[in-house]
Design a protein around this ligand. Structure first.
Ligand SMILES: Cc1cc2nc3c(=O)[nH]c(=O)nc-3n(C[C@H](O)[C@H](O)[C@H](O)COP(=O)(O)O)c2cc1C
Length: 379
C-alpha cells in the first residue's frame, strides 16, 4: 500500500499481517454485531456547521482528562490480548502514547504485564481493572498498578459475564494460541508476526498467569472469564476498590442515564459512556447516541468520557461537541499496531489528530476547549 491516509488503510494492512483469529478478535462484536456497527454509523448522522472568514491560526487541541494534561482529548482504550496483534503490543502502544502525549490504558487481560509495561516506559499509564470473584487477586492487581505508578484506574462495569462473539468461537480463539493445523496455517501465512512472537517471552496473560492462584496457563479466555469474573459485582463493591486504589477512578461501561446517576454516588472522577465496542449487549444503542442524554443527566456533576466507533478525528470532535471531555480509541490503535507496530499506533494517533485539527478550524474554532454543540448542525 502506497499511502496510509485513514484508519481504514491501517485496518486493511492489519488484516494482511495479523493471523486471522487475532484480527477477527479485534474486528468483532457480539451476536449480530448490530451495536458494533451502529457505534460507527451513528457518527455519520451528525453534521458539522461550516464557518468561514474566521481567524484559524494558532490552534490547540490540548486539554485535560481527570486533571491530567493530554495533547488531545483521546486516550487508548484498554484491550485484551493486544500483545497478540503484534509481539509486545502493549509495550509498543504505551511507548507510542507516551510520545504522543495521550494516556495509554492497560487491560487486566493484557499479554504484557503491568510490570513489563512500566519497565519499558517512562511516564505513568492507566490501568483497567476487571473485578474477579477472587477479591484478593483483584486487590493485588490494584496494588501492582499503584506500585507501577499508574495514574488512573479504569474500572470496567459492563463485563460481568462475557458477550458471545461468533467469530472467536468459530476460530477456536485461545491464548496462548492452539496448535491445530488450522491455527498453524493462519500463523504460517503471517511470517513477520511469527518472527516477532518468537522473539518475545510475552505470550500469555501476563497479569494473571503466575499471579492468580492455581493459574499456570490460560487455555480458554471464555471459560476463565466465566469462572473468575464476578457476576455479583454491585455498586457497593466500588467503595473498597476506590479506597484501596486511592487515586483517580474512572467507571467504564455506562450507557444509561440511570446508571450514570448511580455512578455519582461512588465519587468516581469520571465515567466512560461505552458499550464495550459492541462486544457485550448486542442491540444496545450506540455510545454516541447515548452520550447526550447522559450529559444532560449528570454532565454538570462528573467528567464524562466516551468510546465506541471512533474512526476519525471528526468523530472525536463530535463527541467533544456533545459534551465528552475525553474519548478513547480501541480498534483504530489495534489496527495500527497490527499493521506497523509502534509506528502504526503513532500513525493512528496522527491521523486522528490531523483530522480533528482541520475539522475544528473549518468549523471556526481554534481551541478544543471552546468546542461545544454550536459546531454541530443537528443539535
Ligand atoms: C479486541 C478488544 C479487546 C477489548 N478488551 C477490553 C478489556 O480487556 N477491557 C475493557 O474494559 N474493554 C475492552 N475492550 C473495549 C474497549 O476498551 C473499548 O470500549 C472499545 O474498543 C471502544 O470501541 P472501538 O473499538 O470502536 O474504539 C476491548 C475492545 C476490543 C476491540
Amino acid at each position: 500500500m502506497a499511502q496510509v491516509l485513514e484508519i481504514a488503510d491501517l485496518k486493511k494492512l492489519a488484516q494482511r499481517r495479523v493471523p486471522k483469529m487475532f484480527f477477527d478478535y479485534a474486528d468483532s462484536g457480539s451476536w449480530t454485531e448490530g451495536t458494533y456497527h451502529a457505534n460507527e454509523s451513528d457518527f455519520q448522522k451528525i453534521k458539522f456547521r461550516q464557518r468561514v472568514a474566521v481567524d484559524m491560526t494558532d490552534r490547540s487541541l490540548a486539554s485535560q482528562m481527570v486533571g491530567q494534561d493530554v495533547s488531545m482529548p483521546v486516550a487508548i482504550a484498554p484491550t485484551g490480548l493486544t500483545g497478540m496483534q503484534r509481539a509486545d503490543g502493549e509495550i509498543l502502544a504505551a511507548q507510542a502514547c507516551e510520545e504522543a502525549g495521550v494516556p495509554f490504558t492497560l487491560s487486566t487481560m493484557s499479554v504484557c504485564s503491568i510490570e513489563a509495561v512500566a519497565e519499558k516506559t517512562t511516564k505513568p499509564f492507566w490501568f483497567q481493572l476487571y473485578v474477579m470473584r477472587d477479591k484478593d487477586f483483584a486487590g493485588r492487581l490494584i496494588d501492582r498498578a499503584k506500585a507501577a505508578g499508574c495514574s488512573a484506574l479504569v474500572l470496567t462495569l459492563d463485563l460481568q459475564i462475557l458477550g458471545q462473539r461468533h467469530k472467536d468461537l468459530r476460530n477456536g480463539l485461545s491464548t496462548p494460541p492452539k496448535f491445530t493445523p488450522h491455527h498453524i496455517w493462519q500463523m504460517a501465512t503471517r511470517p513477520g508476526w511469527c518472527l516477532g512472537m518468537l522473539g518475545t517471552k510475552n505470550r500469555t496473560f501476563g497479569n494473571i498467569v503466575g499471579h492468580a492462584q492455581g493459574v499456570e496457563d490460560l487455555s480458554s479466555l471464555s471459560s476463565w472469564t466465566a469462572e473468575q469474573f464476578d457476576p455479583k459485582l454491585s455498586w457497593d463493591d466500588i467503595a473498597w476498590i476506590k479506597e484501596r486504589w486511592g487515586g483517580k477512578l474512572i467507571l467504564k461501561g455506562i450507557l444509561d442515564p440511570e446508571d450514570a446517576k448511580m455512578s455519582l454516588k461512588t465519587g468516581a472522577d469520571a465515567i466512560i459512556v461505552s458499550n464495550h465496542g459492541g462486544r457485550q449487549l448486542d442491540g444496545a444503542i450506540s455510545s454516541i447516541e447515548a452520550l447526550p442524554e447522559i450529559v444532560e443527566a449528570v454532565g454538570d456533576k462528573v467528567e464524562i468520557h466516551m468510546d465506541g466507533g471512533i474512526r476519525s478525528g471528526q468523530d472525536v470532535l463530535k463527541a467533544v461537541a456533545l459534551g465528552a471531555k475525553g474519548t478513547y480509541i480501541g480498534r483504530p490503535f489495534l489496527y495500527g499496531l497490527g499493521a506497523m507496530g509502534k509506528k502504526g499506533v503513532t500513525k493512528s494517533l496522527e491521523i486522528i489528530r490531523n483530522e480533528m485539527d482541520i475539522t475544528m478550524a473549518l468549523c471556526g474554532k481554534r481551541d478544543i476547549k471552546d468546542v461545544d454543540q454550536s459546531i454541530l448542525k443537528r443539535y
